[in-house]
Design a binder for this molecule. Structure first.
Ligand SMILES: [Zn+2]
Length: 212
């Protein structure tokens, strides 16, 4: 069987950091694991086509894999890491049956060079391979109002580069890094104001304590 990658996925993967962007979008989809959130899955499908063209339930697939990739992101203990490895094995393996005798896995043997090489068949393979490649860069945004999943790159150490709303400027958005920098500025202005006010209040405060 020939695997033709969906044209929409092909175009998105060809963009700079394409696989990273799709993986990040998937993993931030339906974060509360709502099994009925088919609308979000459908939006993803409209944008990229199915994760695995063999599946009869592409929406459920999207929700299930979003949840599994989140598990991988948060895996810390040896058990969680091993389970993540098994999920990845499941992505890459061939499912051979009588109708599909020559299905190949996503990682193939090249006997001439004596090496294994990844040859992704469909979108899920691309995302699984990206997860492997980024295994040490999987991170959650440290902006407490965001907490979204992202892949660390240069210049994005603590905060994601996804859009969020400004705190005090309604109708404006910025990246979490911008917002946290701005929040730091607000705080330092406030600390200064507090310090000035405290100095102004001081004589009164002393007086109050005496009368108490
Ligand atoms: Zn963020």
């Amino acid at each position: 069987m020939q695997y033709a990658l969906d044209e929409r996925a092909k175009a998105a993967l060809a963009q700079r950091n394409g696989a990273k962007k799709i993986l990040t979008e998937l993993v931030n989809l339906n974060p509360k694991d709502d099994p009925d959130n088919v609308a979000e899955a459908q939006t993803f499908l409209n944008r990229y086509g199915s994760l695995d063209p063999r599946s009869d339930h592409p929406e459920l697939d999207v929700l299930a894999w979003a949840s599994i990739f989140r598990f991988a992101w948060n895996a810390r203990t040896p058990e969680e890491i091993e389970r993540t490895g098994r999920h990845l094995d499941n992505i890459f393996k061939a499912e051979v049956d009588l109708t599909n005798l020559y299905e190949r896995p996503a990682i193939v043997a090249d006997f001439a060079t004596g090496t294994w090489k990844p040859e992704p068949r469909y979108l899920l393979d691309h995302l699984g391979l990206q997860l492997m490649e980024s295994s040490r860069m999987l991170h959650r945004c440290e902006n407490p109002d965001c907490d979204r999943y992202f892949i660390k790159g240069k210049g994005h150490k603590k905060y994601c580069n996804l859009w969020s709303r400004w705190d005090r400027e309604i109708d404006r958005v910025g990246t979490c890094a911008d917002i946290m920098r701005r929040r730091g500025q607000y705080n330092s202005v406030e600390r200064n104001r507090e310090a000035i006010n405290a100095r102004r209040r001081k004589p009164q405060a002393v007086k109050k304590r005496r009368t108490a």
